[in-house]
Design a protein. Structure first.
Length: 268
Protein backbone atom coordinates (compact mmCIF):
# COMPACT_ATOMS: atom_id res chain seq x y z
CA UNK A 1 0.00 0.00 0.00
CA UNK A 2 1.43 3.23 -0.95
CA UNK A 3 1.16 6.45 1.47
CA UNK A 4 -1.07 9.54 0.44
CA UNK A 5 0.72 12.80 -0.83
CA UNK A 6 -1.47 15.23 1.16
CA UNK A 7 -4.81 15.68 2.85
CA UNK A 8 -7.35 17.68 0.89
CA UNK A 9 -9.59 20.13 2.76
CA UNK A 10 -13.28 19.86 2.37
CA UNK A 11 -15.21 22.72 0.66
CA UNK A 12 -16.96 23.56 3.93
CA UNK A 13 -13.72 24.03 5.83
CA UNK A 14 -12.32 26.22 3.10
CA UNK A 15 -15.41 28.51 3.25
CA UNK A 16 -15.09 28.93 6.97
CA UNK A 17 -11.43 29.91 6.64
CA UNK A 18 -12.11 32.55 3.99
CA UNK A 19 -15.02 34.00 6.00
CA UNK A 20 -12.84 34.37 9.07
CA UNK A 21 -10.18 36.25 7.14
CA UNK A 22 -12.79 38.62 5.70
CA UNK A 23 -14.14 39.33 9.17
CA UNK A 24 -10.68 40.23 10.39
CA UNK A 25 -10.08 42.56 7.42
CA UNK A 26 -13.43 44.35 7.84
CA UNK A 27 -12.88 44.77 11.57
CA UNK A 28 -9.48 46.30 11.00
CA UNK A 29 -10.88 48.69 8.41
CA UNK A 30 -13.73 49.79 10.67
CA UNK A 31 -11.33 50.32 13.53
CA UNK A 32 -9.10 52.44 11.31
CA UNK A 33 -11.98 54.64 10.24
CA UNK A 34 -13.03 54.98 13.86
CA UNK A 35 -9.67 56.61 14.54
CA UNK A 36 -10.26 59.32 11.91
CA UNK A 37 -12.10 62.57 12.75
CA UNK A 38 -14.42 64.33 10.38
CA UNK A 39 -11.70 66.68 9.23
CA UNK A 40 -9.45 63.85 8.14
CA UNK A 41 -7.05 64.03 11.11
CA UNK A 42 -6.21 61.14 13.34
CA UNK A 43 -8.10 61.44 16.61
CA UNK A 44 -5.43 59.54 18.43
CA UNK A 45 -2.90 62.35 17.79
CA UNK A 46 -5.13 65.11 19.25
CA UNK A 47 -4.25 66.39 22.73
CA UNK A 48 -6.18 64.75 25.51
CA UNK A 49 -6.36 68.02 27.58
CA UNK A 50 -8.87 70.65 26.28
CA UNK A 51 -7.28 73.93 25.06
CA UNK A 52 -8.58 77.00 26.92
CA UNK A 53 -9.53 79.98 24.78
CA UNK A 54 -10.17 83.60 25.78
CA UNK A 55 -13.52 84.99 24.75
CA UNK A 56 -13.28 88.07 22.51
CA UNK A 57 -15.97 90.74 23.07
CA UNK A 58 -18.32 91.04 20.13
CA UNK A 59 -19.06 94.71 20.81
CA UNK A 60 -16.58 97.52 21.59
CA UNK A 61 -16.46 98.97 25.07
CA UNK A 62 -18.30 102.25 25.43
CA UNK A 63 -17.67 105.18 27.76
CA UNK A 64 -20.56 105.75 30.13
CA UNK A 65 -22.52 108.90 29.38
CA UNK A 66 -22.13 111.34 32.28
CA UNK A 67 -25.26 112.47 34.01
CA UNK A 68 -26.30 116.09 33.35
CA UNK A 69 -24.98 118.49 35.96
CA UNK A 70 -27.73 120.21 37.88
CA UNK A 71 -27.78 124.00 37.66
CA UNK A 72 -26.89 125.51 41.06
CA UNK A 73 -29.69 127.36 42.76
CA UNK A 74 -29.46 131.09 43.35
CA UNK A 75 -31.50 133.79 45.01
CA UNK A 76 -33.60 136.14 42.91
CA UNK A 77 -32.48 139.07 45.04
CA UNK A 78 -29.12 139.54 46.72
CA UNK A 79 -27.72 141.78 49.46
CA UNK A 80 -25.83 144.10 47.12
CA UNK A 81 -22.49 143.24 48.71
CA UNK A 82 -19.63 141.60 46.85
CA UNK A 83 -16.68 139.25 47.05
CA UNK A 84 -13.77 140.34 44.85
CA UNK A 85 -11.25 138.16 43.05
CA UNK A 86 -7.81 138.26 44.65
CA UNK A 87 -4.54 139.29 43.05
CA UNK A 88 -3.64 140.58 39.62
CA UNK A 89 -4.04 138.64 36.44
CA UNK A 90 -1.71 138.65 33.43
CA UNK A 91 -1.72 141.48 30.91
CA UNK A 92 -3.88 140.29 28.03
CA UNK A 93 -2.86 141.53 24.60
CA UNK A 94 0.38 142.88 23.18
CA UNK A 95 -0.48 146.39 21.99
CA UNK A 96 -2.74 149.31 22.73
CA UNK A 97 -3.77 151.21 25.84
CA UNK A 98 -4.00 149.24 29.08
CA UNK A 99 -7.45 148.91 30.66
CA UNK A 100 -7.51 147.58 34.23
CA UNK A 101 -10.61 145.91 35.63
CA UNK A 102 -11.84 144.20 38.78
CA UNK A 103 -14.07 141.12 39.16
CA UNK A 104 -16.82 140.91 41.79
CA UNK A 105 -19.49 138.31 42.66
CA UNK A 106 -22.52 139.20 44.74
CA UNK A 107 -22.40 137.62 48.19
CA UNK A 108 -24.24 134.31 48.43
CA UNK A 109 -24.10 133.29 44.76
CA UNK A 110 -22.91 129.73 44.01
CA UNK A 111 -20.01 130.92 41.82
CA UNK A 112 -16.73 131.73 43.63
CA UNK A 113 -15.16 135.05 42.65
CA UNK A 114 -11.86 133.46 41.68
CA UNK A 115 -13.64 130.92 39.45
CA UNK A 116 -15.58 133.70 37.71
CA UNK A 117 -12.36 135.69 37.31
CA UNK A 118 -10.59 132.73 35.70
CA UNK A 119 -13.34 132.40 33.08
CA UNK A 120 -13.14 136.11 32.34
CA UNK A 121 -9.34 135.94 31.98
CA UNK A 122 -9.60 133.03 29.53
CA UNK A 123 -12.37 134.72 27.53
CA UNK A 124 -10.79 138.16 27.24
CA UNK A 125 -7.35 136.64 26.67
CA UNK A 126 -8.50 134.58 23.70
CA UNK A 127 -6.93 135.68 20.37
CA UNK A 128 -10.46 136.13 18.99
CA UNK A 129 -11.46 138.52 21.77
CA UNK A 130 -11.06 142.30 21.92
CA UNK A 131 -7.26 142.15 22.25
CA UNK A 132 -7.06 140.89 18.64
CA UNK A 133 -7.51 144.44 17.38
CA UNK A 134 -4.09 145.46 18.70
CA UNK A 135 -5.55 148.65 20.17
CA UNK A 136 -6.27 147.54 23.73
CA UNK A 137 -4.66 145.48 26.47
CA UNK A 138 -6.62 144.22 29.46
CA UNK A 139 -5.58 143.27 32.97
CA UNK A 140 -7.59 142.06 35.93
CA UNK A 141 -6.48 143.58 39.24
CA UNK A 142 -7.37 142.99 42.89
CA UNK A 143 -10.59 144.32 44.33
CA UNK A 144 -8.68 146.76 46.49
CA UNK A 145 -7.02 148.38 43.47
CA UNK A 146 -7.81 151.99 42.62
CA UNK A 147 -7.87 153.80 39.31
CA UNK A 148 -9.55 150.92 37.46
CA UNK A 149 -11.47 151.39 34.20
CA UNK A 150 -14.37 149.04 34.91
CA UNK A 151 -15.59 146.19 37.14
CA UNK A 152 -17.27 143.00 35.93
CA UNK A 153 -20.06 142.00 38.33
CA UNK A 154 -21.93 138.70 38.58
CA UNK A 155 -25.19 139.51 40.36
CA UNK A 156 -28.67 138.22 41.15
CA UNK A 157 -31.50 139.14 38.75
CA UNK A 158 -32.93 141.60 41.28
CA UNK A 159 -29.63 143.42 41.73
CA UNK A 160 -29.10 143.49 37.96
CA UNK A 161 -32.51 145.15 37.58
CA UNK A 162 -31.64 147.84 40.15
CA UNK A 163 -28.27 148.68 38.60
CA UNK A 164 -29.55 148.69 35.02
CA UNK A 165 -32.69 150.67 35.90
CA UNK A 166 -30.47 153.36 37.44
CA UNK A 167 -29.38 154.18 33.88
CA UNK A 168 -32.83 153.76 32.35
CA UNK A 169 -32.06 150.31 30.94
CA UNK A 170 -34.98 147.90 31.27
CA UNK A 171 -33.65 144.33 31.29
CA UNK A 172 -37.02 142.69 31.92
CA UNK A 173 -38.59 140.13 29.60
CA UNK A 174 -42.06 138.96 30.53
CA UNK A 175 -41.87 141.11 33.65
CA UNK A 176 -38.74 139.39 35.00
CA UNK A 177 -35.13 140.65 35.05
CA UNK A 178 -33.68 138.73 32.11
CA UNK A 179 -30.72 140.29 30.33
CA UNK A 180 -27.40 141.78 31.46
CA UNK A 181 -26.21 145.37 30.92
CA UNK A 182 -23.42 147.89 31.28
CA UNK A 183 -23.81 151.06 33.30
CA UNK A 184 -20.79 153.38 33.22
CA UNK A 185 -17.87 151.43 34.61
CA UNK A 186 -20.09 148.58 35.84
CA UNK A 187 -20.31 145.54 33.57
CA UNK A 188 -23.28 143.63 34.96
CA UNK A 189 -23.76 139.91 34.22
CA UNK A 190 -27.11 138.46 35.31
CA UNK A 191 -26.41 135.17 37.11
CA UNK A 192 -29.63 133.67 35.73
CA UNK A 193 -28.29 133.97 32.19
CA UNK A 194 -24.76 133.00 33.23
CA UNK A 195 -25.93 129.71 34.75
CA UNK A 196 -28.81 128.76 32.45
CA UNK A 197 -28.14 130.55 29.14
CA UNK A 198 -31.05 131.12 26.78
CA UNK A 199 -33.41 128.74 24.96
CA UNK A 200 -32.45 127.58 21.47
CA UNK A 201 -29.05 129.27 21.49
CA UNK A 202 -27.58 126.42 19.50
CA UNK A 203 -24.32 126.27 21.45
CA UNK A 204 -23.13 125.04 24.88
CA UNK A 205 -23.54 127.22 27.97
CA UNK A 206 -19.78 127.91 27.97
CA UNK A 207 -20.13 129.62 24.59
CA UNK A 208 -23.03 131.74 25.82
CA UNK A 209 -20.95 132.85 28.83
CA UNK A 210 -18.13 133.92 26.52
CA UNK A 211 -20.65 135.87 24.45
CA UNK A 212 -22.15 137.62 27.50
CA UNK A 213 -18.71 138.64 28.81
CA UNK A 214 -17.43 139.89 25.44
CA UNK A 215 -20.70 141.69 24.68
CA UNK A 216 -20.88 143.66 27.93
CA UNK A 217 -17.13 144.35 28.06
CA UNK A 218 -17.48 145.50 24.44
CA UNK A 219 -19.85 148.20 25.69
CA UNK A 220 -17.28 149.23 28.30
CA UNK A 221 -14.75 149.57 25.47
CA UNK A 222 -17.09 151.86 23.52
CA UNK A 223 -18.89 149.49 21.12
CA UNK A 224 -22.61 149.79 20.39
CA UNK A 225 -25.24 147.26 19.37
CA UNK A 226 -25.22 145.60 15.97
CA UNK A 227 -27.70 143.50 13.99
CA UNK A 228 -27.53 140.12 12.30
CA UNK A 229 -25.92 140.58 8.85
CA UNK A 230 -28.04 137.85 7.24
CA UNK A 231 -29.89 134.64 7.97
CA UNK A 232 -27.55 131.70 8.47
CA UNK A 233 -24.50 133.88 9.12
CA UNK A 234 -22.64 134.15 12.40
CA UNK A 235 -24.05 136.68 14.83
CA UNK A 236 -21.83 139.69 15.65
CA UNK A 237 -20.79 139.67 19.29
CA UNK A 238 -22.44 143.10 19.74
CA UNK A 239 -25.77 141.72 18.49
CA UNK A 240 -28.32 141.32 21.29
CA UNK A 241 -28.16 137.56 21.05
CA UNK A 242 -29.86 137.13 24.42
CA UNK A 243 -33.05 138.66 23.04
CA UNK A 244 -33.04 137.24 19.51
CA UNK A 245 -30.67 135.44 17.16
CA UNK A 246 -32.48 137.12 14.21
CA UNK A 247 -31.70 134.10 12.06
CA UNK A 248 -27.98 134.22 12.82
CA UNK A 249 -25.85 131.54 14.45
CA UNK A 250 -24.26 131.73 17.89
CA UNK A 251 -20.89 133.50 18.02
CA UNK A 252 -19.07 134.78 21.13
CA UNK A 253 -16.09 136.47 19.42
CA UNK A 254 -15.56 139.99 18.02
CA UNK A 255 -12.68 138.86 15.80
CA UNK A 256 -12.69 135.96 13.35
CA UNK A 257 -9.65 134.98 11.28
CA UNK A 258 -7.87 138.04 12.68
CA UNK A 259 -10.49 140.49 11.37
CA UNK A 260 -13.20 142.40 13.20
CA UNK A 261 -16.53 140.67 12.57
CA UNK A 262 -19.43 143.10 12.78
CA UNK A 263 -22.95 143.68 11.55
CA UNK A 264 -24.93 146.83 10.74
CA UNK A 265 -25.44 149.20 13.65
CA UNK A 266 -28.80 148.88 15.40
CA UNK A 267 -30.63 147.38 18.34
CA UNK A 268 -33.86 145.54 19.05
Amino acid sequence: MSSPRGRRSSPAATGLLIGGVLVLIVSAAVGGFALMDKGGGTVGTAPTTPVRTTAVPTTPATTPTPSPTAVPTFAENGPGTYDYADGDGPVLGSAGSLRRFRVAVETGLPVPADEFAAIIDVTLGDPRSWIAGGNVRLQRVAGTATGTNFTVYLVTPGTALKICNSAGIDIRVGGKPYTSCRVGGRVVINVARYLTGIPNYGAPIEVYRQYAINHEVGHALGHGHELCPGRGKLAPVMQQQTLSMQGCLANPWPYLDGKRYAGPAGHL
